[in-house]
Write a protein that binds this ligand. Structure first.
Ligand SMILES: CC(C)(COP(=O)(O)OP(=O)(O)OC[C@H]1O[C@@H](n2cnc3c(N)ncnc32)[C@H](O)[C@@H]1OP(=O)(O)O)[C@@H](O)C(=O)NCCC(=O)NCCS
Length: 214
């Protein structure tokens, strides 16, 4: 049995825990053994049968074989992911058994894929990416490290999503478009033209309303 510590214990981390528990029950070697979270209000609580053991800074104090970073905010998730990777931690993926991935899809490390997700052939998913509930990622997409594709999003074929970018709930990106790094696409928006990096864009069609997302 390989022990996995989940970094984060909020709502997103609980979904990750649920996935890891299901995958373990289905027969994999990876077993979630607890959460670490910097919110002291969560200390010593038990969530989904797993204890909140301490803060993320205490990682070395708890026996484990691997970790997964389970924090919804892209910048915080990216920072903690890079820090645990620099320490040589093994980082696992959490892929719900009810997700459907083409056999040639390439996955990075620390990827979380929820129930109902479909990823089609030729797609490359970077490290620390979230593919949230029931999103579809069509053929030959490139999803950058630390990106978050929110629930119900549809990405057409040959779409490129930059590092750290959030595609908001229910948004659509038409085929062959690019959304630059660290941008945000508003919930329900339709991206019909390329969106630059560090932008916030909303609406149908999506228009940039802010250009220097810090
Ligand atoms: C785009 C977004 C980030 C903007 O948030 P914000 O910076 O706080 O901006 P505001 O709420 O002040 O909105 C700014 C303007 O954009 C409009 N707007 C905001 N979100 C919009 C959306 N999704 N579609 C269309 N218009 C939108 C607002 O009505 C407002 O217009 P106004 O200036 O004419 O009044 C946010 O509304 C959003 O959609 N976030 C996605 C959240 C999400 O899906 N998370 C995933 C969780 S799993």
């Amino acid at each position: 049995m390989q022990r996995v510590l989940i970094l984060g214990a909020g709502g997103h981390a609980q979904v990750v825990a649920d996935i890891l528990l299901r995958v373990h029950d289905a027969g994999t070697n990876w077993k979630p053994v607890g959460f670490l979270d910097d919110d002291s209000a969560l200390a010593e609580t038990v969530i989904l049968g797993l204890p909140v053991l301490g803060s993320i800074a205490q990682l070395d104090e708890f026996d484990h074989d691997a970790v997964i970073v389970a924090i919804g905010d892209d910048r915080t998730r990216a920072r903690i992911f890079e820090s645990v990777r620099a320490r040589g931690e093994q980082i696992v993926n959490a892929i719900h058994p009810a997700a459907v991935l083409a056999p040639d899809v390439r996955l990075g490390e620390g990827v979380m894929i929820c129930a109902g997700v479909v990823v089609n052939t030729g797609t490359v998913i970077g490290d620390n990416v979230i593919l949230n509930t029931s999103c579809t990622v069509d053929h030959h997409n490139h999803i950058g490290n630390h990106a978050h594709i929110a629930p119900g999003v549809h990405l057409g074929g040959d779409v490129t999503i930059g590092e750290g970018t959030l595609i908001g709930i229910g948004a659509t990106v038409i085929p062959q478009r690019t959304v630059g790094a660290w941008s945000v696409i508003g919930a329900g928006s339709v991206v019909s033209k390329d969106i630059p990096a560090h932008a916030t864009a909303v609406g149908m069609p999506a228009r940039v309303i802010q250009t220097a997302r810090s």
